[in-house]
Structures are given as C-alpha cells and as structure tokens.
Ligand binder design. Structure first.
Ligand code: NAD
Ligand code: DAU
Length: 332
C-alpha cells in the first residue's frame, strides 16, 4: 500500500495518523479534508511535501471523491462531524457528512476497487452500567444514544452492507476516547486543561461519574495501520487500551498537575442522554493481529498532553473565547 488517501486528515486523530504514516512507513499520503472548524492546517505543517499533500474538499461531493479515490491504493476514512454536544444542537451536518459522506466514499471505492478502512467509535454500542463486568466486544449489539453516535452506527452498517452486497474490500474499527495533541478544545480533556491555563474552573457535566476508556491517539494510529495491513476483509476490530477513568478522576489529575485544590471545579448542566460508561475489550485485535498499545500509563500520557497545550497556546487560544461562550449559553 503505497498511496493512501486519508479523509479528515487535518483533524485530531486523522492528522496523528498522517504523522504515523510518514514516520513509520514509506507511503505517500493525500489528505482529503473540508477544513471545518475542527480542522487545523498547522497539524500537518512541516511534513515532507513529496510525501503528503492536502486536497480541500467535501467527502460528500462525488465529483471530488471519485477521481481522487481512483488514484490511491487505500482509503482510510476519518472525516466526520465528531462532537456529541454539537450533534444535540444541530444534527444536520452529522447526517450529511457521517452518512452521505460515507456513502459517497463507498460508491467510489466500489467503482475503483480500492481497499477501504472505516474509522468508527465505541459509542455505536450505547453505554454500560458502572458495575457491568462485561465490556464492549465485536459481538455487542448496536444501540447508539446520540445523533452523533447514531450517524456513526449508520455509516458502519453501510460499510458492512457494501462488503456483503458488492464485495467492497473494507474493514472497520471502533475505538474508545482518544487524547493527545491537536484535539479541539471543545472536547473534555483539552477544554479542562485550557480552562485551568486561562484561570477558568473546569466544568464537569452532572456528578462527573461517567466513565470513558482513554487511549492515546498514537496508539489508535498504530492499531489502524495494523488492521489495514493484517486485518481480514469484512471484519470489525475494537481498539482500546484499558484506560477506564471517570470524568471526576481526570479533572482531579489535571488540577493536581497545576497545583490546584482537588475541588476547584464547577458541576454544570448534564449532557442530554449522556452515556454512562464505555469500556473496550480489544482481545481480538491483540490476539489475532498482535497489536499492543505503547501508552499504558494514562497519567504519564496526560502529563505529556497537558505540557503540549501549555506549549501550543498560540494554536488554541484564538478559539477559546468563542468555544466557552457556546458552552456558557447552554449552562455548561
Ligand atoms: P475531528 O472533529 O477532530 O476531525 C474531523 C475532521 O474531518 C476535520 O479535519 C474536518 O475538517 C473533517 N471533515 C468534517 N466533515 C468533512 C467533510 N464533509 N468532508 C471532508 N472532511 C470533513 O475528529 P476526530 O476526533 O479526529 O475523529 C476522527 C474520526 O475518528 C471520526 O470518524 C470519529 O468518529 C472517530 N473517532 C473519534 C474518537 C475520539 O475520541 N475523538 C474515538 C473513536 C473514533
Ligand atoms: O468514545 C469515543 C468518542 O469519544 C468519539 O466517538 C467522539 O468523537 C469523541 O468526541 C468522544 O466522545 P465523548 O462524548 O465521550 O467525548 P467528550 O470529550 O465530549 O466528553 C468526554 C466526557 O466528558 C463525557 O462523559 C462528557 C464529559 N464532559 C465533556 C465536556 C466537553 C464534561 O464533563 N465536561 C465537558 O466540558
């Protein structure tokens, strides 16, 4: 696989994957990205121009997608509207990009006979009780809660149908919550880090007892590359690094890092339909394809991420005021 088209490659996880390809393979990469509010050209700055190029375009635009797909050996599909809170305010772009966009890509790979890897989320499985001994596996029934997760579930089902009905050469991965550099400050961890830097108290939805299963974005990238090369066509792989923490614990770690009191945060209005707990059993990926995460220690990964946001205030600060104003208008 020499020529790889990465949709959404100017976003948080997609750009991490582009860096991973440049550092660990000799592939050439084309990024197809609409450059929405969530994208950042800076995340791709400094990459070798003979290896990485950017096409600004919409994955739902067949006139852009079809010729581009035909020039590549594989498509790795990250592009999406990705934030649950935004999907509650306006679901429309989520349906358009996550469903129509994925449909458009599937039609293009079907016509061109190109390998496809679809990036999805553990949220398609709904949520777990805090004391449930079981975690999500590839056999867990779909049960999405939000407009965001339902559009991701819909896109996964399109991929499965295109494999079975048309023989499209596709795999799917469903990953848990990512953290690391270049994540938009609307998301939980960067929002709280940048709040503390700006002298704003962190904001916890509800009681803060909701659990997320954190994985460093670099580990997500290595897992996707493993699946692209060794995964079986038509199969789904869950990606996770055994990183369960509740939101209160994460806020306390951030406060402690900055030398603040453990209770120096606000409880704010809860998210509608807020999923209680996600937890991934990634046994299949580990045993069948031999993948292992490198960031086993969440606290160490979080410390690196905090330092990254301290060092990159020029990148996130222009968006901070507007992001907080949007939350404040919703009591969050
Ligand atoms: P992000 O919001 O940071 O980036 C999304 C990127 O997609 C942006 O660069 C944006 O400009 C681009 N994009 C959006 N609509 C587009 C369109 N119509 N055409 C072309 N480009 C478009 O998202 P992220 O957090 O990096 O997530 C990337 C993918 O990983 C998504 O599919 C998401 O569902 C999935 N995922 C995310 C997480 C997580 O924790 N963030 C976990 C599991 C899976
Ligand atoms: O599980 C994978 C999913 O993880 C991805 O599919 C999504 O694209 C990604 O955004 C993420 O979804 P979450 O909704 O879990 O992430 P978010 O960062 O929005 O919130 C994480 C948790 O923190 C969640 O329980 C809500 C809570 N939260 C969030 C914000 C923004 C707060 O308590 N306070 C906040 O200010």
């Amino acid at each position: 696989m020499q020529r790889i088209l990465v949709t959404g490659g100017a976003g948080f996880i997609g750009s991490n994957f582009v860096h991973h390809l440049v550092e660990h393979t000799d592939a050439t990469v084309t990024v197809l990205d609409k450059l929405t509010y969530a994208a950042s050209r800076e995340s791709l700055a400094g990459l070798p121009e003979d290896r990485v190029s950017l096409v600004v375009g919409d994955i739902a635009d067949a006139a852009v997608v079809e010729p581009l797909v035909g020039e590549h050996d594989a498509v790795v599909h990250y592009a999406a509207e990705s934030h649950n809170d935004n999907s509650l305010s306006d679901p429309s772009p989520f349906v358009q990009t996550n469903i129509i966009g994925t449909f458009t890509l599937l039609e293009a790979v079907r016509k061109a006979g190109v390998r496809f890897h679809h990036i999805s989320t553990d949220e398609v499985y709904g949520d777990l009780e805090l004391d449930d001994p079981e975690r999500f596996t590839e056999q867990t029934p779909y049960n999405p809660s939000s407009p965001y997760s339902s559009t991701k579930a819909g896109s996964d089902l399109l991929v499965r149908a295109w494999v079975r009905s048309f023989g499209v050469q596709a795999t799917i991965s469903n990953c848990s919550n990512n953290y690391g550099p270049w994540q938009h400050i609307e998301k939980f961890i960067p929002r709280q880090i940048t709040n503390v830097i700006e002298g704003i108290r962190p904001k916890l939805y509800g009681a803060g007892l909701n659990v997320r299963d954190w994985i460093h974005a670099d580990d997500h990238s290595s897992a996707v590359w493993t699946i692209l090369n060794k995964g079986e066509i038509g199969e789904t792989y869950l990606i996770g690094a055994d990183g369960e923490k509740n939101n209160l614990e994460v806020v306390e770690m951030i406060l402690q890092h900055f030398g603040k009191a453990a209770d120096d945060f606000d409880h704010v209005t809860d998210r509608a339909g807020h999923d209680l707990r996600y937890a991934i059993d990634s046994t299949k990926l580990r045993t069948e394809l031999g993948w292992q995460p490198q960031f086993a220690d969440f606290e160490a990964g979080l410390t690196n991420t905090i330092q990254w946001y301290v060092d990159h205030a020029d990148w996130w600060r222009p968006a901070k005021q507007a992001t907080e104003a949007t939350y404040a208008a919703k009591g969050q």
